[in-house]
Design a protein around this ligand. Structure first.
Ligand SMILES: O=C(O)CCC(=O)N[C@@H](CCC(=O)O)C(=O)O
Ligand SMILES: [Zn+2]
Length: 328
């Protein structure tokens, strides 16, 4: 049955409540929520949350997960670690759109007051993660939230490392990410209330947002460059040691500033198709906003990541970053 999970989840169709798989069992916890439970996990196996489709038009990571589940269903893989597999937004995925009413990936906070479709889904996903990590409380916690980016990128595969005052990144994470052919790391500089930030902030999980290329419709993705990432996910699922590479193979950036859209009359001063990590020289005009005036690069160059003038008023329209040394 696992081979049809993605399709059934997108359609919000019936799916068995539980079943057998190679090395364990699965349990359906809700729409787009599946727990995989190994029969005899090693004590060191991670409790892994792997999510995709928080944005409905980011299909390559969904295809990656679908392929993993199909191989598990076919008996080509053997489950060795508990996994919570999540399709974030079935309705947005059906509509092939980033979100229906509001950006789900800004709502992962326990004091969330908003009502509506995405806030309800955020509450459901937070509760599922809380319960999963509670059920596997004796294990190291990990969360990879898989995305693809709206525009091209100087580094097509990169991760966002959510900000935390207390949870340090385990050195092995950098080696595994480099081994999975991730090319760049962007350290956040403040709370972002994204899904990966949720797991890190509230559960001390090793958690990242993974950007795995360009957002394209189903059937248009070339998964070849993601083969090393597929191997990392497989290693976590089977509880094998993942491939490792030196972290210095990746370039590291740190967010200096968030560019917020404050008014309807907001525009970015550079071309719409400007790739992520494009660097702008000191003094360059980056944005104009009716209520804030101009934003210009200060005395050091800044690289722009996730530029998007069409976000909701009050939301982040870009991250502005500078290079930083790799971890020691
Ligand atoms: O390409 C874009 O502009 C957006 C791609 C995307 O969805 N990125 C995530 C990053 C989350 C984070 O900052 O950790 C998002 O914007 O939610
Ligand atoms: Zn996304």
């Amino acid at each position: 049955m696992l081979e049809t999970w993605l399709k059934q989840s997108i359609d919000e169709a019936d799916f068995p409540t539980h079943g057998e798989l190679c090395g364990g069992q699965f349990r359906r916890l809700g729409h787009g929520l599946l727990e995989l439970l190994p029969d005899s996990p090693a004590p060191s196996a991670h409790a892994c949350v792997i999510s995709a489709g928080i944005h409905g038009n980011e299909t390559a990571p969904m295809e990656l997960l679908d392929d993993l589940l199909k191989r598990l269903a076919a008996g080509k893989l053997r489950l060795g670690a508990p996994l919570l597999v999540i399709l974030g937004s079935p309705p947005a995925t059906r509509e092939q759109t980033r979100y229906i009413n509001t950006n789900l990936n800004r709502l992962f906070r326990r004091d969330l007051g908003e009502q509506g479709m995405e806030p309800e889904r955020a509450r459901e996903l937070m509760a599922a993660v809380d319960a999963f990590y509670t059920r596997h409380a004796d294990r190291p916690r990990l969360h990879y939230d898989l995305h693809t980016a709206i525009r091209g990128s100087r580094y097509p595969r990169f991760v966002v490392n959510p900000w935390s005052e207390t949870t340090a990144v385990a050195p092995e994470q950098w080696r595994w990410l480099a081994g999975a052919d991730i090319q760049a790391v962007l350290h956040q500089h403040c709370h972002s209330w994204t899904f990966s930030h949720y797991s890190k902030h509230y559960h001390d999980a090793q958690a990242f947002t993974l950007e795995l290329g360009h957002a394209l419709p189903f059937g248009h993705n070339d998964l070849t460059p993601l083969a090393p990432m597929a191997r990392l996910l497989q290693a976590l699922l089977e509880d094998h040691e993942p491939n490792a590479a030196p972290p210095e193979r990746m370039v590291f950036y740190r967010v200096e500033q968030e560019l917020i859209r404050h008014s309807e009359a907001f525009r970015l001063a550079f071309a719409d198709d400007t790739p992520n990590f494009t660097e702008f020289a000191p003094g360059t005009l980056l944005a104009e906003d009716a209520s804030q005036g101009e934003t210009r690069v200060g005395t050091s160059p800044l690289s722009v990541v996730f530029p998007n003038a069409a976000v909701e008023v009050g939301a982040r329209a870009a991250l502005l970053a500078t290079p930083t040394p790799p971890p020691e």
